[in-house]
Ligand binder design. Structure first.
Ligand code: UDP
Length: 443
């Protein structure tokens, strides 16, 4: 395993490694040195999953000691990708020593040809949905081309707002540091060069997008199934457990936007004012907005006093998986990261969708449009801004069993939850994945 140096990627690769290890396979997992101590707790098969720490090479402009995206702002990610490129000879030596059958990667387009030269097959393992890869992995000449799906796309509700298309266009066209390549070319090259593409997903949810990718890249696309994170073994911090315990079942709004997203100050205030306006208890785990050092200093005037009895806005890391399973939590306002959505779908809370960037945008349309398991908060087409009223409308519509939308969303949510928790589903997907890998070795 050689995932991109970002916690979301490292943990997703580790989740699937755990599933392979459960079946008795041996995994070597290459990662930046200091990350190992953070990931040890998620390695459920230390005898089979061996971490191989490597030093992240120095790159001019990248602060010393940078190891993952969480150490630097988004504008420096390209420097970190360059640092990862500079590990090529280290990885080559490791592959020669380990001699694995397969190497799983995502952000290193040079790895497939290196692996091929050593007789090793490469799997481009995605941490995003197949719908997102199918919609976003394309090099379009204009911003407007990103609003609608690519040609031959399966019938779907997925499209982008104008402001979202502008951001995708900008990201895709960003020049990679130290090369002439654009970001999107790096991603497309990874897909073109690999022996097969792998996803954490199910055919039942995303079948048509998988087939689209197979046609487009002329590659085998293998699904690992839901790859549900193991139920947390830790208990919730007493402070938060006591706080949540005081409310009625399924009444609390929990909100979190993943490990990276930060709002503008005005949008942060609109969001919390929206929670206040719902009249429901709420627990928002949000990073301080851009320009603020703490969430406290960014809260609207008088907010704390008015909501003290029923609201928490927490700027630090919280135990999301445990919170989502707390009986008082009834609604999850999410940024639509694939990790958070997977955690939510196996719990019982209803979804309000507030995507920020990249694959989250497509995930929100997939969940709110195709699968109809959540409601998206309305945003301006041009400016991408939402209002407190928009937040209230979305929360009320999913929480209200007397409204048709609420009932439809709830029925779908129950259906997909029971599908994802079907006995034996996970195991049969992993068996299928391994079977596909074996076929690749034999042919
Ligand atoms: N998470 C958490 N506590 C927080 C915020 C996030 O435990 O305060 C976890 C969350 O449970 C999920 C991961 O961080 O497992 C976020 O992954 P996701 O793919 O949803 O979003 P990303 O961080 O990649 O944007």
């Amino acid at each position: 395993m050689y995932p991109w140096f970002a916690m979301g990627h490292l943990t997703t690769f580790l989740h699937v490694s755990n599933k392979f290890a459960e079946k008795g396979h041996k995994i070597f997992f290459i990662l930046p040195t200091k990350v190992q101590s953070k990931l040890n707790q998620f390695n459920h098969h230390p005898t089979l999953i061996e971490f191989i720490p490597i030093t992240v090479p120095e790159v001019e402009g990248l602060p010393n000691g940078t190891e993952t995206t969480s150490d630097v702002p988004f504008t420096m990610y390209s420097l970190l990708r360059h640092a990862m490129d500079l590990t090529k000879s280290t990885v080559e030596n490791l592959l020669k020593e380990i001699k694995p059958h397969f190497v799983f990667f995502d952000f290193t387009p040079w790895l497939p040809s290196l692996a091929r030269s050593l007789g090793i097959k490469s799997i481009h393992y995605f941490i995003i949905t197949t719908a997102s890869a199918a919609f976003l992995f394309r090099d379009e000449p204009t911003v407007d081309d990103y609003i609608e799906p690519p040609s031959d796309f399966p019938p779907s509700k997925i499209k982008l707002y104008k402001h979202e298309a502008r951001v995708i266009y900008r990201i895709n066209n960003q020049k990679e540091f130290g090369s002439e390549m654009k970001y999107v070319e790096r991603m497309i090259m990874s897909a073109n060069e690999c022996d097969a593409m792998g996803f954490k997903s199910c055919r039942e949810m995303e079948g048509p997008y998988l087939e689209f990718l197979e046609r487009k890249f002329k590659k085998r696309v293998i699904l690992a199934g839901p790859v549900l994170p193991d139920p947390p073994t830790c208990t919730l911090d007493e402070k938060w457990a006591n706080w949540l315990d005081q409310f009625k079942p399924k009444s609390v709004i929990y909100c979190a936007f993943g490990s990276e997203a930060r709002l503008q100050r005005e949008q942060f205030q609109e969001l919390v004012l929206g929670f206040e306006q719902t009249g429901l208890p709420f627990f928002a785990a949000l990073k301080p907005p851009i320009g603020a050092a703490t969430v406290e200093e960014a809260l609207p005037e008088g907010f704390r006093e008015r909501t003290m009895e029923r609201g928490v806005v927490e700027g630090g890391w919280v135990q999301q998986q445990v919170i989502l399973s707390h009986p008082s939590v009834g609604c999850f306002v999410t940024h639509c990261g694939w990790g958070s959505l997977s955690e939510a779908l196996v719990n019982e809370c209803r979804l309000v969708l507030m995507p920020h960037v990249g694959d989250q945008l497509v995930n929100a349309r997939l969940m709110g449009g195709d699968l109809r398991v959540g409601v998206e908060v309305e945003k301006g087409d041009e400016d991408g801004l939402f209002t407190r009223d928009g937040v209230v409308t979305a929360v009320r519509s999913v929480m209200d069993d007397d409204c048709e939308i609420g009932r439809e969303i709830e029925a779908n949510r129950v259906k997909w939850r029971s599908f994802l928790l079907t006995k034996g589903l996970e195991s049969s997907y992993i068996d299928g994945f391994v079977h596909n890998l074996q076929c690749m070795l034999e042919c």
